[in-house]
Design a protein around this ligand. Structure first.
Ligand SMILES: Nc1ncnc2c1ncn2[C@@H]1O[C@H](COP(=O)(O)OP(=O)(O)O)[C@@H](O)[C@H]1O
Ligand SMILES: [Mg+2]
Length: 262
């Protein structure tokens, strides 16, 4: 799978950005949570959460309401911490919120909330223009991106004619066109059929960006370097995929049911 024909994100940029820490502090990762507290609607979601997130692919698991979406939204600046700090490529999200859209691409759970334009070509071209491509080249490049991913026929098609999975894929193309350093994916497989899941999984595994993904797709997460398991806003387990996924399964299903499904 080719991500973006002739338009792969500049990985040198990733390396050099990670060295540009405005506070001149040494960086342990592209994303760092330092003693973060967050309240939402009167509920304490996080208290004293500290995390360094340097790995290329990180999965976030946990039951509904455990804080997965809140964690991702703290990274893209949609939420700001009430206490402590979140740092992205060296930029404190509170002090440098305007830097975040160019660093972080966020895939919403529902593609309908993301798509702004009437056709797939226009949606991708917008991302390209945001990343600095002029309008005429943006259109050409958008067509190239769709062609490279076997979706040439989407170029002028009304977005509303695409299926949910196709819309989700379109959102990924548009985000990638903006060449972010980090991809944040919030349960990207909700309501997708198997072939679309497969296509998106492939794209996630071949993306040159850092990927931080909330998901319960264990087959895909098994190939990630690190899994963080949240429960009630706390990290209950954090480490290599094999061990954490097995522990989570055991905890949710119980030993006997696990034997039944295996
Ligand atoms: N818009 C909101 N307003 C108030 N509280 C919210 C909102 N969204 C989520 N929460 C609360 O924040 C906590 C974490 O939710 P969330 O991050 O959405 O968890 P997850 O993504 O793991 O399901 C939950 O207690 C939830 O009720
Ligand atoms: Mg969520």
């Amino acid at each position: 799978m080719i991500w973006l024909a002739g338009n792969r994100p500049n990985l040198n940029g990733v390396a050099s950005l990670s060295l540009q820490d405005p506070s001149n502090q040494p960086l342990n990762g592209r994303v760092r949570f330092d003693n973060v507290s967050l309240r939402r609607g009167g509920t304490a979601v996080f208290e004293g959460l500290s995390l360094d997130l340097p790995e290329q692919r990180i999965g976030i698991i946990g039951n509904n309401g455990s804080g997965k979406s809140s964690l991702l939204r703290l990274i893209n600046g949609l939420l700001l911490p009430d206490g402590g700090s979140v740092t992205v490529c060296g930029y404190d999200t509170k002090a440098h919120r305007r830097e975040l859209p160019r660093l972080v691409g966020f895939l919403f759970q529902n593609a309908e909330h993301q798509i702004l334009f009437p056709t797939a070509g226009e949606e991708i071209a917008f991302g390209l223009r945001e990343a600095g491509t002029d309008a005429r080249n943006a259109e050409k490049k958008a067509a190239g991106i769709l062609a490279a991913n076997g979706c040439s026929d989407w170029l002028h098609r009304p977005v509303q004619e695409l299926s949910d999975g196709q819309k989700q894929r379109l959102c990924i193309f548009a985000i990638m066109a903006m060449q972010p350093q980090i991809l944040l994916l919030d349960e990207p497989f909700a309501s997708l059929d198997l072939p679309t899941r497969k296509a998106i999984s492939k794209q996630i595994l071949s993306a040159p960006q850092q990927v931080i993904m909330a998901s319960h797709d264990f087959d895909l997460l098994a190939r990630f370097e690190r899994i963080i398991w949240l429960d009630g806003g706390r990290v209950v387990a954090d480490g290599a995929a094999g061990r954490i996924l097995a522990d989570y399964r055991r905890s949710v299903l119980g030993e006997s049911e696990l034997a039944d499904v295996s």
